[in-house]
Each structure stands twice: as structure tokens, then as C-alpha cells.
Write a protein that binds this ligand. Structure first.
Ligand code: GLN
Length: 184
């Protein structure tokens, strides 16, 4: 299994390490050329969504990534990666990939409370550790389904083979979420 990890900015190396532990091959997507190979899935890491969106456009990667997701390539977006997938960003006209029926609220917990660690149930997986860093949450859904909530806020959603997480599964030792994604 070969997974492309968007490696423009943010926590991509941690995802690559997780994939290796799951026995999957990871390759980094840094430019358009890297995208012209066959692969089984994509990971959009956490980081800073505005910067990533800008770089995706500048590198002409936005459109091919959007098209491959629309054609059914499985994708997992974590934190900023989730913001890239969202069809709407609360109080913001920006749309990056816009492939997933979720509205996300950036820095939803405020600057002070944006980073915390907890454990919560994720549908189809069970209890998992969740590390939030200046995290967004999902304000509402259209075509996607909620698969995890923390304190009444949706923190994970799935729509077909698209998985969006407000937290950073690559920063905890549990491989459960990466294994779930690889099964998709
Ligand atoms: N706050 C960041 C953003 O809006 C996301 C934070 C993260 O990925 N850890 O892009």
C-alpha cells in the first residue's frame, strides 16, 4: 500500500512514521511531479491551513488533489488538513479543496484552550487518544457523518473514503486511526 503525504508544511513526518509502523509505504508530495505516480491514498497533515492552501495553489497541486479525491482516492485530513477538505470555513469565504460536506470553525477552542489531550470514542474504531493543537472543530455537516464528538463538538467525520479529524492521531502512539484509514 502506497500513501502520499502532503509535505509542504506541518506535521507530515509523524504521519510517515505511523504509516511505516502500519507496514504501508509513504511518499512525500512536495510538487506537482510527485503527484504523477500511482498511489492508494492521501494524507493531509496538520499545520497551518492558510499557508498550505496558498502553497497548494502556487504549486498547481490544488486541482489535481481535488480531482483525485473526487475520483475516489481515500484521504485523511488531520487538523489543518481537515480545514483543507471542508466545503465551508465558518465566518470565512475561503474554500481550499472543498470536497467534504463539513463546515469547520478554525481555532475553535480559542488560543488559550486550543491545545489539550483527551480520549474519546470514535465510531468504527473505539476509544482513541486525541491530541488537539490550536484545533478546529466541525460546526455542522451536510453530506458527511459525525464519527466522534468531544464535549458536544464534532471532532471527526467521514464521507465515503474521506476522513476528517480535528486532532492529531500521528502524535499519539495508537495506530488505530491510521489502520482504519488504510482499510478504507
Ligand atoms: N489552527 C490551524 C489552522 O487553522 C490548524 C492547527 C493544526 O493543524 N494543528 O490552520
Amino acid at each position: 500500500m502506497k500513501i502520499g503525504v502532503l509535505a509542504l508544511q506541518g506535521a507530515f513526518i509523524e504521519h510517515e512514521k505511523m504509516l511505516a509502523q502500519c507496514g504501508a509505504e509513504a511518499f512525500e508530495i512536495r510538487q506537482l511531479q510527485d503527484f504523477q505516480t500511482s498511489f492508494d491514498g492521501l494524507i493531509l497533515p496538520g499545520g497551518e491551513s492558510t499557508t498550505m492552501g496558498k502553497l497548494l495553489n502556487e504549486l498547481s497541486l490544488m486541482e489535481p488533489i481535488r480531482e483525485s479525491i473526487k475520483s475516489g482516492v481515500p484521504v485523511m485530513g488531520t487538523c489543518a488538513g481537515m480545514i483543507l477538505l471542508a466545503e465551508h470555513i465558518f465566518n470565512d469565504d475561503t474554500v481550499h479543496l472543498g470536497t467534504m460536506g463539513i463546515t469547520v470553525r478554525r481555532n475553535a477552542y480559542g488560543r488559550q484552550l486550543g491545545s489539550f489531550h483527551t480520549n474519546a470514542y470514535m465510531k468504527g474504531i473505539g476509544n482513541v487518544p486525541m491530541t488537539f493543537i490550536r484545533a478546529p472543530y466541525i460546526e455542522s455537516l451536510t453530506t458527511a457523518n459525525a464519527i466522534a464528538t468531544v464535549d458536544g463538538h464534532i471532532v471527526a467525520a467521514q464521507e465515503g473514503k474521506q476522513l476528517a479529524l480535528a486532532f492529531h492521531p500521528e502524535l499519539d502512539s495508537s495506530l488505530a486511526i491510521h489502520e482504519y484509514f488504510l482499510k478504507l
